[in-house]
Design a protein around this ligand. Structure first.
Ligand code: SF4
Length: 392
């Protein structure tokens, strides 16, 4: 099991030095379910052994072949000689002062650093307790949004399927450990491990720029005998890569699509999101209509509020007109200021006024305060801080 979350929000160099040398064996997480089955058959095992292995890795989140008690000892030994399980190594782990958010910095086999966040939501009367893993899909990002710490660090490479899924497994181990602690305290029914309930592809990188691996990762995450995260509990976020949105519309997946819009017009959007020059707002919204028509799914628009940049009531009304007639919901997010970014946070009063402007056009919206501000939970901020502290 992963070390339980620290209660201290302060990272130390000692935390980072716990990371061990990269494994030289390939990760078994890179095998699709079909590939895992055919590989086990080639090794002379029966199909049900492959099913047991899949369940141990993804449902039980067992971290070592040695601990997979349903498998024979010789089979475990043979697996550990051929594969490792996870290729991500924890370099830093922080938990916010209120305990709602934890953020891990993981080191990959080639030294790249990626971030993963676990957000804990108490039941609000309508929805059950949730634990949402926010995962990265690329090391760095090429798209250069000016308000984003990752975008200011440049692109290095796409993550593999195994590296994407490994982040959820790591969070699953933490969530299971918390469930077990609650059982021991009598706060949860015995035997009832909830684990991670939702996954959002909103960490470092642009998910649709790593389309093939993200689609393969979604298939692994939603496998009913593994992590069993229902497609409706998975959200893929994009800055608006129009061809990939149209491709996604054909996948027949019930996932949620979130578009990072952040401005209602091309002039304002291009100032913070260079991708807008390739796919202007009109093309993006047209693709959203086609996506919504093809899937019947509501689209979520993420709108980071940047003080005196995109947060006026006039801009809210413009946004309302732009989205009119589209089955959608707008999430308004007062931005986490980054060390390098030029923008300040919109205050709550201005965010509420923005909401009123949207409502005039019948567009539903929610103001979402970012979680984990004290641990740099905004995308790319922990890596930035680790480099300061560790010279990583
Ligand atoms: S907001 Fe997303 S797409 Fe834009 S630079 Fe950051 S990671 Fe890349």
């Amino acid at each position: 099991m992963t070390t339980p979350p620290s209660t201290s929000p302060e990272p130390t160099a000692a935390d980072a030095s716990e990371a061990t040398a990269p494994a030289s064996l390939p990760s078994i997480l890179e095998l699709s379910r079909d590939k895992l089955t055919s590989t086990m058959l080639e090794l002379g095992e029966k199909k049900f052994r492959a099913d047991q292995l899949w369940r141990s890795i993804y449902h039980e989140a067992v971290s070592s072949f040695d601990d997979m008690s349903t498998l024979s000892k010789p089979f475990r030994k043979s697996l550990s000689e051929k594969y490792t399980i996870s290729t991500v190594e924890q370099a830093m782990f922080l938990t916010s002062a209120d305990g709602s958010t934890s953020k891990a910095l993981y080191k990959l086999h080639d030294g790249e650093l990626i971030e993963t966040v676990l957000m804990r939501y108490e039941t609000d009367g309508h929805r059950r307790n949730r634990k949402t893993a926010c995962i990265s899909t690329q090391a760095g990002c090429a798209l250069g949004c000016t308000f984003c710490a990752t975008g200011q660090q440049g692109f290095r490479r796409n993550l593999t399927v195994g590296e994407i899924v490994a982040q959820v497994i790591e969070m699953q181990r933490i969530a299971y450990a918390e469930d077990e602690a609650q059982m021991a305290e009598g706060k949860r029914t015995k035997g009832e491990l909830q684990g991670v309930t939702n996954v959002v592809f909103m960490g470092m990188g642009e998910p649709l720029a790593n389309y093939k691996n993200v689609m393969a990762a979604i298939r692994v995450l939603s496998d009913g005998q593994g992590l069993n995260i229902g497609a409706r509990h998975i959200t893929v976020s994009t800055v608006g890569l129009v061809p990939q949105i149209l491709q996604l519309a054909k996948e027949e997946l019930q996932i949620n699509l979130a578009i990072s819009l952040h401005a209602p017009d091309n002039t304002t959007r291009s100032q913070t999101m260079p991708i807008n020059q390739r796919y202007p707002v009109e093309d993006l919204i047209r693709a959203c209509h086609r996506y919504a028509d093809a899937t019947g799914r509501r689209i979520f628009f993420e709108y980071v509020l940047l003080k005196e940049q995109n947060d006026s009531v006039e801009q809210a009304q413009k946004l309302g007109r732009l989205l009119n007639g589209l089955h959608c919901h707008v999430n308004l997010i007062p931005v986490n200021p980054t060390k390098l970014g030029p923008f300040d946070r919109t205050d709550l009063g201005a965010a509420k006024e923005f909401q009123v402007g949207l409502k005039q056009y019948g567009i539903p919206s929610t103001v979402r305060m970012e979680k984990g501000i004290d641990i740099n939970a905004g995308c790319g901020q922990l890596r930035e801080r680790a480099i300061d502290i560790l010279g990583a």
